[in-house]
Every structure is written in C-alpha cells, then in structure tokens.
Design a protein around this ligand. Structure first.
Ligand code: ADP
Ligand code: ASP
Ligand code: MG
Length: 413
C-alpha cells in the first residue's frame, strides 16, 4: 500500500463536471488500496479574478488582506470536491492551510513553507478518510494567512509528500507531462519520459510554469519522486527524478522562455568601487529581485555601463529608486525595455559537450535574432532577446538541438 499525493491544477478542477471527474479518479486510486492525499488549486482563472477585484478597491492592495482574499479560491474547490467524494459514498475531509498545519514565513504573496505538522493529515488517513488540502496557502507564526506565489499549489503538494514520506507526488495538469518546450508555443514539443531535478529546476526558473520552482527544490531536497501527468487522459507522464548517467548523453533536454522580465540600462555611472553595491542595495531594499547583470566600461572614460533584468511589474519602481541617484551621479542615464524575453536551453549533458553555446548563438544569428544579454550556469544558457521573436527562437533552437527526436535512453511508448 503506497501513499500517493495527487495535486490537481486549475484546469483540472475548472468546473463542477471536472471536479466530479477528478473525484472519481481519486476514488479509483483509493480503491486500488492506496492512501491518497489530495491537494487542489482554485478553479482556472479564479485567482486572477480575485487579484482584479483587489485592484478595483486599491491601486496597491494591502498584502495581508490580499492573501486572505486569494486563499478563498482554493477553499471553494476543496469543499466542492469533498462534497462530491462524500456523495459518491466515500469519506473525505477538506483542510485549509491552517487546518493542515502548513506553516510559512511572513512574506505575504510569496511565503515559503517552513514546517508541516502532519497530525491532521495522518488522522484522516488512519480513519480511511481522504484528506483534501487547499494548495497555495499557509499560516505564519502569528496566525496570519499567507500564500505561496502564483502556481504555489505544486509546492504545497510536494511539501506535503515530503512531510508524509509519500511514495510519489502526482501533479495532474492540462498537458501530458513535461515537454521539451512549452507545447502551447511549439507543436513539435515532445513529452519527456524522465527529467532530472536540476534540469527541471532550471526549466521552472527560466519560465516553464508546468511546475512551481519551490516544488522542485523540495522534491530534490527530500528526494520525492514527482510524476507530472494529465488529468484528461490516462497515460504515463514525466518522472522528475535524481540524475541518471544516461541523461548526460544528450546535449540539451529542453528550451524554456519567459516574458516576465524587463531590462534596465544605466549609462554614465562612475567607474569606482562601491557603485554596483550601492545600486543593488537600494533596489533590494524595496524587495525587487534582480536577475541577469552585465557591467562594462568603455575603457577610455572613467564611466561604466550596467544592465540588469527585474520582474516586469517591478520595472517602474526600480526606475524611481534609480532616478534618486541622479542627484549624486550627474552623468547617469536610465533607459528601460519592457519588451524583452529570456530564452534558455537546458541540459545536464552541457557539462560534457563542447559547442553548445556556439550552436545556440549561431542558430539565433541565422534568424537575425539579436542577443541583448547572456547568462550561463553549468547546465543552462539564457539569452535576452526581443519578445516578438520568442516563438521563432523557441522553434529554431528546438530544431537545432534535435529535440523532436526521442532521446537515446528513452523507451518507445
Ligand atoms: P496547472 O493549472 O495545472 O497548475 P499550469 O498552467 O500552471 O497548470 O502549468 C501547465 C502549463 O505549463 C501548460 O499548459 C503549458 O502551457 C505550460 N508549460 C510551459 N512549459 C512547459 C513544458 N516544458 N512542458 C509542459 N508544459 C509547459
Ligand atoms: N491558484 C493559485 C494560482 O492560480 C495557485 C495554483 O494554482 O497553483 O496561482
Ligand atoms: Mg500550475
């Protein structure tokens, strides 16, 4: 008898028909002799609607109250789901974040889970009752409701699986698994049978929203096998697992893109120690997270240039902070570009294959796609490009790295 955590995303519980279909699926797993713990998202589009509501009453909604509001989306689905399961003759109990004892830090809107006291979940399982937990929400040490950031129900599910020592955490979504790239962006995207935690972590942080980044961090840290699969069709999905030797045989396993950043460029900065420290300290004080950074000096002046990316919604706030520095740095010029995209190729095989970067740059050059910034990690190369060229870039990189072909180590389905 296995312990299985099943998480269903927004499209999987989008209406009452879908909720009933999912309830049947959960009951089937239970009838197979397994202990099932369910984690649910809000109905598709509901969290967006709640955010819009908050913005109708305030330009900058109070973060604490906004979290109280956003947490209601998941309250609707867990109760409806439990009602459906009971109507089908089985036992289920809905548990809000605080009832499931999911504790987080105090960062409203992007809280991190610190602890899960699993007694209420075990108590339900011992009784033969299916615990149905609200994803995306928790409780801080002072008893305030917090939310985990968009897509955070995945993290609830994996954290619950880790805390229970579950055999697997199944993430049910609207696609059949993790693909070589976003299947809604490129029709030749291919479902991967397996992907390593590290590759999935890079894919998620580079924009592949199929899994919330923190969920992959938890999975890796606690060694939770994650199975990403469809709630619409019954076929095996993708297993996110520890790295295997054969995974290194391929240069690149996936292409990810993100259109959620903006680029800020500062020209005419004094080329002296402490300038970068000063800029990023001020930006960080406002809670703005900086990603890619490039600094350069022209050599023949004592001025430097600095470009960096920030989340697009934070761009104007970052510029305001920097404007204040013009009082001190007379030559400072600030420009920004919100129409950028980040395109990344990811693969553990990169560690041992030469020529990956050159093939990426040449492929983009052949299509006249200009690269504005580059950053790399051991298993990833990212380029900032114009966002209108994203689809083209995804397609040509997918072709150049032959991602439509099954990988050497894959078994034909
Ligand atoms: P859910 O509501 O079930 O949590 P999400 O919308 O958060 O679902 O995530 C699933 C979506 O992620 C897919 O519909 C797909 O468009 C997108 N996606 C982006 N990159 C990938 C990828 N590499 N593989 C699969 N899906 C991806
Ligand atoms: N309902 C939340 C969101 O839309 C959490 C989730 O779906 O994972 O972001
Ligand atoms: Mg999601």
């Amino acid at each position: 008898m296995a312990i299985i955590v099943q998480k269903y995303g927004g499209t999987s519980v989008a209406d009452t028909e879908r909720i009933k279909a999912v309830a049947k699926r959960v009951i089937e797993t239970r009838n197979g002799g397994h202990d099932v713990v369910v984690v649910l998202s809000a109905m598709a589009g509901e969290t967006d609607k709640l955010i819009q509501l908050a913005h109708q009453v305030a330009k900058k909604p109070d973060p604490r109250e906004q979290d109280v509001l956003l947490a209601t989306g998941e309250q609707v689905t867990i109760s409806l789901f439990s009602i459906a399961v009971k109507d089908m003759g089985h036992e289920a109990q809905s548990l809000l974040g605080h009832q499931a004892r999911i504790y987080t830090d105090r960062s409203y809107g992007r809280a991190r889970i610190s602890e899960i006291r699993t007694e209420p979940i075990w108590h339900n399982l011992y009784k033969g009752c299916i615990p149905v937990i609200a994803g995306f929400q928790g409780l801080d040490e002072r008893g305030n409701i917090t939310t985990l950031g968009r897509g955070g129900s995945d993290t609830t599910a994996v954290a619950v699986a880790a805390a229970l020592g579950a055999d697997v955490c199944e993430i049910y979504t609207d696609v059949a698994g993790v693909y070589t790239t976003d299947p809604s962006m490129y029709h030749k995207a291919r479902k991967l049978q397996r992907i390593s935690y590290d590759e999935m972590l890079e894919m998620a942080s580079m924009g592949a929203k199929v899994l919330h980044i923190r969920s992959v961090e938890f999975a890796k840290k606690y060694n939770v096998p994650v199975h990403v699969r469809s709630s619409f069709v019954d076929e095996p999905g993708t297993l996110v697992v520890k790295e295997e030797k054969s995974m290194e045989e391929v240069m690149v396993s996936g292409v990810a893109y993100s259109k959620s950043d903006a680029r800020i460029t500062l020209a005419g900065l004094p080329d002296v120690p402490g300038v970068a420290a000063r800029i990023f300290t001020e930006v960080a004080k406002e809670g703005i997270v900086v990603d890619m950074i490039i600094q350069g000096s022209s050599g023949d002046t004592d001025l430097a240039n600095l470009s960096f990316t920030v989340p697009r919604p934070d761009c104007q706030a970052a510029i305001q902070i920097l404007e204040r520095m013009k009082a001190e740095w007379k030559d400072l010029e600030i420009t920004s570009d919100e129409n950028i995209a980040k395109i990344s190729i990811i693969g553990v095989g990169m560690r041992h294959h030469a020529g990956v970067a050159s093939l990426m740059f040449q492929t983009l050059a052949n299509e006249n796609i200009n690269i504005h910034m580059i950053s790399t990690s051991e298993i990833k190369i990212s380029c900032v490009i114009d966002d209108r060229q994203t689809a083209k870039a995804v397609q040509v990189l997918h072709e150049a790295f032959e991602l439509e072909k099954p990988l050497h180590h894959e078994i034909p389905e």
